[in-house]
Design a protein around this ligand. Structure first.
Ligand code: F3S
Length: 401
């Protein structure tokens, strides 16, 4: 592929071994996808996982002297100080999160530790070329903002951040942003939770592609769009969709397909959503904890919990994961105090898929997020999946209907 003089110097090691490694990775990706050249990026987000391979790679770049030309925001690991106080950590967990923090600080990342950067700190304009990893982020960037990113891994996004470049292929090109699957939604979507089920259901039914949704309401909340993208990407690696009349590249259905005919057409009914729900949830019964914020909850979602709680207390352990900004807003607005007085927690900088949850391994909880249930399975946590109002009731009673 073509590289300009600066890119060639990066590849040849003029700016250090770390930058050379990053450029080598990007050239390999570019050649694998037939990219003709690199393009500059204006933003990046790295879905750090705080796991061994992630740490190995970022430390390798740091040892090679790499720093980011474009400072990326980063995903959560876990909040060390919070869980040290709760004393559920093992020495290796502490050592790993400390090394992760040090490595990302050294490479010049912006330490947001949030999986919803597209709602708070890292918001692109339409058409911007970016490099985002994180499953709820890439569909939001492409679809809701009309900016452009491929479905980056944590490592490829980090390489893009270091070099300020990404290979020109995939969703960066007009022709790949065209819709090719028509999704006619006949199901009645009652609240944001139903967008979780819709997102989970569509790739299972339609297979791979760029879905174009029709018949959805004209006003859809940011949380519903966040849920839709998170589940589309978790269930089917879908990083771009259109909603006719809502998302910027689809003022009409015809615009979304750019004059072509859809390759496939599917209809989503109430039965489909029910069937999806039944296939991913554990059955009713006793629960020991409730978990929210996968992806991180917004302040409106925290407010909704407080409204639903109505001054009662929780019987089950109750956790809300969010960004540091939202937690601070919750404190200022009195929500944090209300939830803590009910026996719950709002914790920032933390992901469900982390070893800080060891005390919940082998237990059964309730959540409104299929993604949460999906990732926590490998940690032997089982989830009843319900809409938010039913989750709060379950946490108050210690039992899910
Ligand atoms: Fe966020 Fe972790 Fe879920 S990064 S979306 S809380 S799996």
């Amino acid at each position: 592929m073509y590289l300009n003089a600066f890119e060639r110097e990066m590849l040849e090691g003029r700016y250090g071994a770390g930058t050379a490694t990053a450029m080598k990775v990007l050239v390999a990706i570019g050649e694998a996808f037939g990219a003709e050249k690199m393009v500059e990026i204006s933003r990046a987000h790295v879905a750090l996982s705080n796991q061994e391979a992630d740490l190995w790679f970022v430390e390798k770049l740091v040892r090679g002297g790499a720093t980011c030309l474009v400072s990326p925001t980063v995903n959560p690991g876990f909040n060390l100080e919070y869980f040290q106080a709760a004393s559920s950590l093992e020495p290796l967990d502490e050592a790993t999160i400390k090394r992760t923090r040090d490595a990302y600080r050294a490479i010049g990342a912006t330490l947001t530790y949030s999986c919803t950067p597209y709602l708070e700190k890292n918001i692109p304009r339409p058409g911007e070329i970016t490099a985002y990893s994180e499953s709820s982020a890439t569909p939001y960037i492409n679809s809701v903002y009309g900016a452009r990113t491929n479905r980056e891994s944590a490592q490829s996004a980090l390489c893009c951040a270091v070099t300020g470049r990404t290979p020109l292929y995939g969703f960066l090109l007009d022709e790949n942003r065209r819709g090719n699957v028509l999704v006619e939604v006949e199901a009645g979507l009652k609240d944001d939770f139903d967008y979780q089920l819709l997102g989970y259901c569509v790739p299972k039914k339609a297979g791979p592609g760029v879905p174009v949704f029709t018949n959805l309401p004209g006003r859809i909340s940011p949380e519903a769009l966040m849920n839709l993208g998170a589940q589309l990407n978790t269930a089917g690696a879908v990083s771009m969709y259109h909603i006719a009349g809502v998302t910027p590249e689809a003022p009409t259905v015809e615009d979304a397909f750019k004059g072509e005919k859809p390759l496939k057409r599917i209809v989503i009914t109430d039965y489909d959503l029910q069937e999806t729900h039944d296939s991913i949830t554990a059955g009713r019964g006793k629960i020991e904890f409730a978990m929210f914020g996968c992806p991180h909850f917004t302040i409106d979602q925290v407010a909704e919990i407080v409204r639903l709680l109505g001054g009662r207390v929780f019987k089950a352990e109750f956790w809300v994961l969010t960004s540091s900004l939202t937690r601070e807003l919750a404190r200022r607005m009195g929500y944090l105090e209300i939830i803590e007085q009910a026996g719950g927690h709002i914790v920032d900088d933390t992901c469900i898929d982390q070893p800080c949850w060891r005390h919940l391994y082998g237990k059964r909880g309730v959540t409104d997020s299929p993604k949460c249930a999906y990732y926590a399975k490998r940690r032997n946590m089982e989830f009843v999946i319900r809409r938010l109002a039913d989750c709060v009731e379950a946490a108050v009673r210690g039992e899910a209907d």
